[in-house]
Design a protein around this ligand. Structure first.
Ligand SMILES: [Zn+2]
Length: 612
């Protein structure tokens, strides 16, 4: 891929006024020096989406999405950064120079493949209502899918022929080479011969978030192998980045999304009125898919088949979803049925009951362990306790932890003290890193999470404010900022977003570049959450501190970090002593002394500078 020159990017940005561009998508209203609108990225009744013409930035105070004009187009049009630059360049009529041609080609190719896919989807869909589609219609009826639902999902039928789609598309003047790139036809052995990939199959068109047809799934009617055949990877279709049914999901945070394995599960659920299921297309969930889910919801209910493969997929999925900070529950349907089978047999109400009783991931993990063991044998019981300690040590909240300890005691007569003691030990050993567990939702509730972990409100508020002031100073005063950045390290920033923003700044400085808002935004363009938080920071109002205060801020942020770290370690030492873990306590104490020495040095430094 060819990258645009910095000057070209600047030129595009200066001509593509953010107010003009955004107003093509939403209707903006003037409010003071800014414009507001209903947010295009989440559903709301009162406008919290704000555009600043002076800063050329947007930020939504409802969902926390923000950035410059490129970020807006990337998100709205689902484009990468270079694609967004090109998109805007074309829109404002800027000529794209020679060396940008290769990018132009890939962009054009994508557009052409979307178009081919759309024509193919229409072709397949029409087949379904033609005479030749009778077999397919019968099959759908047998699976309990109504015509209305088939219409809703634009289901189709690939004729039992080697070239019906090929002929249809070439008659529309599309070159075979291009159709091959869409994955719909395959070159034959003889030069110049081609055949259709999908033959005599029910077709499930796959759409992306924006409703583009990106690929297809085809299921055999009756017997045959493979049961399901998908489009290969193409410029618009990458397995593991899409979720079937995502185009039908609306953003409703209070309702979770149900994650299922197959097309039929999504469709069955939708038909019975549960319109919030997506399929991962293949058994293992990827990080990209988890990130996509996170954009829509805070809770995911995994409803995979509970055969061995399904169980393993569930376990892997759990990890990946947890990494994204999602709440997870696991639905285990009786008799190992999948959602489609279950719905056909027992109906919607029974399914919703099951949904209501879906286990949270701790319960699920504990049950999984227990099933493998015979708790009447003491060897097995010991094994189970060890596993349980591992599982419970992942819980941050003490009340929740105690809840499970109590349950294990009641269910399996595992003495509470044994568990408590083992857990304390494990948790003390486990947390060498200073900082806080991060959840994606953090940037929305500001420092709520941190406050919960530390009773000292003033300290926590101070940390949050100082970190942001430092970042603002680095942006506002590039010269002094550069020097200050060298004195700092990401470790001093306790908030994950701040850490990321600072790392981006430090990278720029190391490359010898001047720190500007846009460069930092560009560096963060792959991380929507951090980029949005950075925009918020820029829009939070003017930075009032003077340039000479930068060094003070640097000292302060280091002090804050040390204060917080020392406090955490002190608590750990206390805990270690209570349960008689003296070795751990001594190690922690050594670490504490080290931090204290650093703190003293800082104090001396700040005294030299005239106090803080
Ligand atoms: Zn929003």
């Amino acid at each position: 891929m060819v990258f645009f020159s910095e000057n070209f990017i600047k030129e595009v940005q200066s001509k593509a006024d953010i107010v003009d561009i955004v107003s093509e998508y939403v209707s903006l209203r003037r409010r003071g020096e800014n414009y507001v609108a209903l947010c295009p990225f989440h559903s709301e009744k009162t406008p919290s989406f704000t555009v600043s013409p002076r800063k050329q930035l947007f930020y939504c105070f409802g969902c926390g999405t923000g950035g410059n004009v490129f970020n807006f187009i990337m998100k709205k049009e689902n484009l990468s950064f270079p694609e967004a630059v090109r998109f805007l360049a074309e829109k404002i009529g800027l000529e794209i120079r020679e060396n940008e041609e290769s990018l132009s080609d890939s962009f054009k190719l994508k557009r052409e493949i979307y178009n081919i896919n759309k024509m193919a989807a229409e072709f397949f869909h029409e087949n379904l209502s033609r005479k030749e589609g009778e077999r397919a219609r019968e099959y759908l009826q047998l699976r309990g899918i109504s015509l209305k639902t088939a219409e809703e999902f634009f289901l189709g039928y690939a004729l039992p022929s080697w070239d019906s789609l090929f002929n249809y598309l070439t008659k529309k003047d599309i070159s075979p080479e291009l159709i091959v790139k869409s994955g719909l036809i395959i070159p034959g052995r003889q030069k110049g011969s081609y055949y259709d990939r999908f033959r005599d199959r029910i077709i499930f068109p796959i759409k992306d978030v924006y409703g583009h047809f990106v690929g297809f799934g085809g299921r055999v009617i009756g017997q045959g192998e493979p049961k399901y055949l998908n489009s290969p990877d193409t410029p618009v279709f990458t397995k593991g980045t899409l979720l079937y049914g995502i185009d039908k999901i609306t953003r409703e945070d209070e309702k979770g999304i149900i994650l299922v394995e197959g097309y039929m599960d999504v469709i069955s659920l939708f038909q019975s009125g549960i319109n919030r299921a997506v399929a991962s297309l293949g058994t293992s969930l990827t990080e990209a898919q988890a990130k996509l889910l996170r954009r829509y919801t805070e809770e995911v209910v995994i409803a995979y088949d509970m055969d061995a493969a399904g169980r393993n997929a569930t376990l892997r999925g759990l990890e990946i979803l947890r990494e994204e900070g999602l709440n997870i529950r696991i639905l285990t349907l009786p008799e190992g049925k999948d959602p489609d089978e279950f719905l056909q047999k027992y109906g919607k109400e029974a399914f919703e009951n099951q949904l209501h009783n879906a286990k949270n991931f701790i319960e699920y993990l504990l049950d999984q362990q227990r099933e493998k063991l015979d708790l009447n044998k003491s060897v097995d019981k010991l094994k189970f306790i060890k596993k349980a300690v591992q599982i419970l040590s992942q819980i941050e909240d003490e009340i929740e932890r105690n809840f499970y300890i109590d349950r294990l005691y009641r269910q399996y007569e595992i003495p509470k003290n044994t568990l408590l003691k083992a857990l304390h030990k494990k948790r003390i050993e486990d947390i060498p890193e200073i900082g806080f567990k991060y959840k994606n939702s953090q940037f929305r509730n500001n420092n709520k999470e941190l406050r919960e972990q530390s009773p000292n409100k003033a300290l926590v508020n101070g940390i949050f404010r100082t970190e942001r002031e430092v970042l603002k100073a680095l942006i506002n005063y590039p010269e002094s900022g550069k020097k200050a950045a060298y004195k700092l390290s990401p470790i001093y920033f306790l908030y994950k977003n701040h850490k990321k923003i600072f790392s981006a700044i430090l990278e720029l400085v190391k490359k010898g570049e001047v720190i500007t808002e846009d460069k930092v935004l560009l560096a963060l363009s792959k991380d929507e959450v951090a980029a949005s938080d950075f925009t918020k920071l820029l829009m939070e109002g003017e930075f009032i501190k003077k340039e000479e205060h930068i060094e003070e801020l640097v000292l302060k942020i280091k002090q804050n970090y040390l204060k917080f770290a020392m406090k955490q370690i002190k608590e750990k030492i206390k805990k270690a002593e209570t349960i008689g873990e003296y070795n751990t306590a001594i190690n922690l104490l050594n670490y504490y002394q080290k931090l204290r020495k650093e703190m003293e040095l800082l104090k001396e430094e700040s005294a030299e500078k005239g106090g803080m």
